[in-house]
Design a protein around this ligand. Structure first.
Ligand SMILES: [Zn+2]
Length: 88
């Protein structure tokens, strides 16, 4: 899936797994699917989102989550959806 960064420095998101964990330094970070809940500011409002299957790099050793662009986009998309369909 090399679709970006043909020239220039490669983005962290384009590095092949496993990655080195920034927390425990073990080479155990692979893309995982987790249930994730967070809150984001969206147009001045705090929006709480639940993402049942967030695809995100996670350390298999210590559980550290390593946010990348793809994970962030999923969260942003969930925030936008939640903001457009408020649960009352
Ligand atoms: Zn780790």
């Amino acid at each position: 899936m090399p679709e970006s960064q043909i020239n220039g420095t490669p983005q962290p998101a384009a590095r092949p797994f496993p990655w080195i964990c920034p927390q425990c330094r073990k080479k155990e970070v692979r893309r995982a699917s987790i249930a994730y809940r967070t809150e984001r500011l969206h147009e001045g409002r705090l929006i709480a989102v639940d993402i049942p299957n967030l695809g995100i790099p996670q350390c298999a050793s210590c559980g550290e989550l390593v946010f990348d662009i793809a994970a962030d986009e999923q969260i942003l998309e969930a925030v936008n959806t939640a903001a457009a369909n408020p649960v009352l």
